[in-house]
Design a protein around this ligand. Structure first.
Ligand SMILES: Nc1ncnc2c1ncn2[C@@H]1O[C@H](COP(=O)(O)OP(=O)(O)OP(=O)(O)O)[C@@H](O)[C@H]1O
Ligand SMILES: [Mg+2]
Length: 369
């Protein structure tokens, strides 16, 4: 089922937890809501479910105004952030619960309920464990029961609020892959909340990046990673560097020299240059480029990360090189130029990216100003 969120506002007291949020979710899509703690992810999910009502705006399921539908009528499958199964019920009864409590006219016969619950346990690879109680399962198995339970009602929309949050990294990774497979097989429209960017980028058809009760960007994982639209998204997704630069006649200058990057249509003035550590090229005998002294070096899997000091008052910059290219000795001078980058002007900036705050703090600690 298609879900359209239109200009939603939600206030708790006078605090706006969501402000003017609009989002179109296509039928069968797997959408990840990604954002820092308190950005409004759970609130948005609860509004779609009908567990909260909006202060303003509308939510449509297909062409129907969902506000006219009760939680039951919306037919949602929900896995909560801190999910608890019914401890006194077996795995099978947990999965069958949503069907058993339906009003008599919509309730399938008992044998059909049992068959469906067993099929779902097969789907989540828990066949044979139907007589166990939740306490006799591992964390990952419990989350899979929770998912089977949410899917049992054949939901119009499946809402998952950090379903794997409490599990260790390895189990999370397995469940993540497995959730994608199940989604592809069942085709439920699914909204998945996480604050783990890797999880969102790996799993989702589209990612919704949220911050402070608003949507910063919606896009495919590639779009979000390769073309962040704001300093916040640049700072929040993946690693990035930011440097204060100036523009003069379409050229980008760092301190007193041009660095060989052009931004032809940008007006003169100050700006911030963003680039990712791996989007750089090394330059021999730098005429117009960036340069810094190596202050740290670490090997991370297949690449070497170098920390560079670009001079007093500037945040250190991290670049990533193939290990064989890296001259890693401290105080070696490295000249480089970003190959892929983006400029943000002050007036575009709605808020400070966390990384900039951190950078500023480091700057203050270093210069004492
Ligand atoms: N029932 C409530 N009463 C008052 N404030 C609330 C209520 N629920 C949420 N909030 C506030 O709304 C904001 C958004 O909360 P929400 O739970 O949606 O964040 P979240 O993105 O899910 O965060 P997390 O990643 O920590 O789960 C927070 O500042 C929170 O304190
Ligand atoms: Mg939450």
């Amino acid at each position: 089922m298609e879900v359209r969120v239109q200009k939603i506002r939600k206030e708790f007291g006078r605090f706006p937890a969501l402000d003017d949020v609009s989002l179109d979710i296509r039928s069968g899509e797997l959408i990840a809501l990604l954002g820092p703690s308190g950005s409004g992810k759970t609130t948005l999910l609860r509004l779609v479910a009908g567990l909260e009502s909006p202060t303003g705006g509308m939510i449509f399921f297909g062409d129907e105004d969902a506000s006219k539908k009760s939680v039951q009528e919306r037919n949602i499958g929900f896995v909560f952030q801190h999910y608890a199964l019914f401890r006194h019920m077996t795995v099978l009864d947990n999965v069958a619960f949503g069907l058993k409590v339906r009003p008599a006219n919509r309730r399938p016969p008992a044998a059909e309920i049992r068959r469906r619950a067993l099929d779902l346990l097969d789907l989540v690879q828990l066949s044979g464990l139907e007589k166990r109680y939740p306490a006799q399962l591992s964390g990952g198995q419990r989350q899979r029961v929770a998912l089977a339970r949410a899917m049992a009602v054949e939901p119009n929309v499946l809402l998952l609020d950090e379903p794997f949050g409490a599990l260790d990294a390895q189990v999370r990774k397995e469940l993540r892959r497995w959730l994608r497979e199940i989604h592809d097989r069942t085709g439920h429209t699914t909204i998945f909340v996480t604050h783990d960017q890797e999880e969102a980028l790996e799993l989702a058809d589209r990612v919704v990046v949220m911050s402070n009760g608003a949507i910063e960007q919606v896009g495919t994982p590639d779009e979000i990673y390769d073309y962040p639209v704001s300093p916040f998204v640049y700072g929040f997704i993946g690693q990035s560097n930011c440097l204060k630069v100036t523009l003069s006649s379409g050229e980008i200058w760092f301190e007193d020299r041009p660095i060989g990057l052009r931004a032809a249509h940008e007006p003169d003035g100050s700006a911030t240059l963003y680039f990712r550590p791996h989007d750089i090229e090394l330059i021999d005998g730098c005429g117009g480029c960036l340069a810094g002294l190596v202050t740290g070096s670490r090997r991370v899997a297949g690449t070497r990360h170098l920390e560079l000091d670009l001079g007093r008052g500037h945040p250190s910059v991290e670049i990533e090189l193939p290990p064989e290219r890296a001259t890693a000795a401290d105080h070696t001078r490295i000249a480089f130029r970003p190959t892929k980058w983006k400029l943000f002007r002050k007036e575009e900036k709605q808020q400070q990216a966390p990384q900039e705050v951190e950078t500023r703090a480091r700057e203050l600690a270093r210069t004492g100003t």
